[in-house]
Design a protein around this ligand. Structure first.
Ligand SMILES: [Zn+2]
Length: 95
């Protein structure tokens, strides 16, 4: 029962998508999966048109700003998962 609950809370899809564009790998909001030709805004705030990345494109350096924001998002999500777990336990009278 506990295991079922925790799995349900911890899997919420990717925190961000990564896509190489304009000479670096940038991160994108998780709501829509990146596709070539899509107009998107990177996590670091640049409006870009996505490309169809080749294997070589994936070797581009990771954008530092996007990486920082992606880490922040991951941390915030982790915090909210912990918070919901605590709520659940409280409601079930575990402590
Ligand atoms: Zn970026």
């Amino acid at each position: 029962m506990t295991t079922f609950l925790e799995e349900g809370l911890s899997w919420q899809g990717p925190v961000v998508w990564w896509n190489p564009v304009d000479g670096a790998r940038h991160a994108f909001a998780p709501d829509t999966k990146p596709r070539p030709e899509q107009e998107r805004v990177t996590l670091c705030g640049q409006a870009v048109v996505l490309i169809d990345p080749s294997e070589l494109d994936w070797l581009m350096p990771t954008c530092d700003t996007c990486m920082d924001r992606a880490k922040q998002w991951a941390q915030q999500r982790q915090d909210s998962i912990e918070e919901r777990r605590r709520d659940q336990r409280r409601r079930q009278g575990w402590f």
